[in-house]
Design a protein around this ligand. Sequence first.
Ligand code: NDP
Length: 283
Amino acid sequence: MTDRYAVIGNPIAHSKSPLIHRMFAEQTGQDISYEAVLAPLEGFAATVERLRKVGCKGCNVTVPFKFEAFNIATELSERARSAQAVNTLSFDGDEIRGDNTDGAGLVCDIQQNLKFTLQGRNILLLGAGGAAWGVSLPLLEAGANINIFNRTTDKAQQLSHGLQTFLKRDLYTRKGLKYGLPNFLNSYAELSSKQFDFVINATSAGLTESEIPLPPGIFAPGALAYDMMYGRETPFMKFAREHGAAVIADGLGMLVEQAAEAFYIWRGVRPKTAPVIAALRLS
Ligand code: NDP
């Protein structure tokens, strides 16, 4: 019998997830269906319940429901707990397992597709919303040093402190793992004397074509400028092109890689992502 999956969001019509998962299913011979579901802004939990009742096995969650998905999960992965946000739910009887694959998707895109090493690199992470929370721990786990800056500085501070609290828990001490603690920056002025190996734009400024007032010398030699948005050149990408970033990338690779990680959670099979990224670039 065909297993059902879905992506829930508001808005959702633009989502490429149904196409991506259809390509994964075709490639791996998995018998699944995957649909886009629009949930009313006040109706996320009810939408999940309805999908569970009709036998849906899992769903992806996108803007603006990732924090609500975190709250309805009965079990959480470590990366979901560190992110305090969930983008992948799996349904098993009464259990609702929550995971967050955004960080794994970003790390995979940077290291495997773009061939940059994160270990020891200095990163400026712009933004402190759901996406920034989702990628912070995986970036630290990959050995990067992260500096967080957000237009609303309180939120950058909350993210930095939230991560520090998470990292100091005994789970990490017990494993003997040592990560650099995230640093947060207070103002655009503080950025003016600094250079970074990677500047990752996890803000939604590109959606409104807004420029982020970054200082011109922000890119270290050989730097990567990465915008999580995809589909067009954002003002951030244009700025990076004009101010010395060596490589400029959009978030399409991350989108496909985070979807592949969700597919693996649900199906236990890892699809090949390169042909899917290539097909989406052509579409
Ligand atoms: P949120 O709404 O949770 O957070 C938005 C963030 O952007 C906040 O930090 C906000 O700052 C900042 N921001 C918004 N407008 C501006 C602006 N004009 N100048 C500076 N900062 C601004 O969104 P998400 O974190 O969920 O998503 C962020 C982006 O990442 C979106 O574009 C989304 O599409 C993309 N994304 C891509 C993924 C992929 O797979 N490629 C996966 C997940 C997200 P403030 O706090 O000051 O309001």
